[in-house]
Design a protein around this ligand. Structure first.
Ligand SMILES: Cc1cc2nc3c(=O)[nH]c(=O)nc-3n(C[C@H](O)[C@H](O)[C@H](O)COP(=O)(O)O)c2cc1C
Length: 165
């Protein structure tokens, strides 16, 4: 699979099989995220990997649309070390790289916004001054996985402006 194929075809996966993702595949996904670019190469992130089923279930209750986390093989929690402007931009790039790498390895993924960020921090012992608003579920897609019908993208001529607004 090449990068363009992965970008074109990847869809969010919210339903996972029981087949565990091997440790070397998990590590490859994590390395892809830690290779992301960041402002001044500050790498202002920590990635908490959660595999404990009770913790996954508890995380799934902290977002309005986070139910898929309960069934994930593992979840990566994106913790921002700084409150700086570029922090979420940097974390977003790390997240996208992990999701693309996972896709190449046959592992599905979906983001879950943590609506109750403070409870999420308390659950995992994240210091209060840090950001923790996002978890990504990872796992092999279940046999009956179907992407949501919504998922198309706006046409390019609506999205792109040339030279000026
Ligand atoms: C910042 C962000 C937050 C998201 N939060 C959630 C979420 O809480 N729950 C969920 O199921 N999907 C979430 N998503 C996934 C989007 O719904 C999904 O990427 C979008 O609908 C496009 O779907 P597709 O990737 O299958 O084309 C989030 C995506 C982003 C980028």
């Amino acid at each position: 699979m090449n990068v363009l194929d992965a970008i074109q075809k990847r869809r969010a996966v919210r339903s996972f099989s029981d087949q565990p993702v091997p440790a070397d595949v998990v590590e490859t996904i994590l390395r892809a995220g830690s290779r992301a670019q960041s402002s001044k190469n500050s790498q202002p992130w920590r990635f908490i990997v959660v595999r404990n089923r009770e913790t996954l279930t508890a995380l799934s209750l902290l977002g309005k649309f986070a139910g898929h986390v309960a069934g994930a093989d593992f979840a990566v929690c994106y913790v921002g070390l700084e409150q700086a402007t570029w922090n979420s931009f940097d974390l977003g790039q790390a997240a996208a790289q992990m999701q693309l790498a996972a896709h190449e390895l046959g592992v599905g993924s979906c983001i879950a916004a943590m609506y109750d960020q403070e409870a999420a921090k308390e659950l995992l012992g994240v210091p209060p001054e840090m950001n923790f608003f996002c978890v990504i579920s990872f796992g092999y897609p279940s046999a009956d996985h179907q992407p949501l019908v919504m998922g198309g993208r706006n046409p390019l001529d609506e999205t792109v402006r040339w030279e000026r607004w």
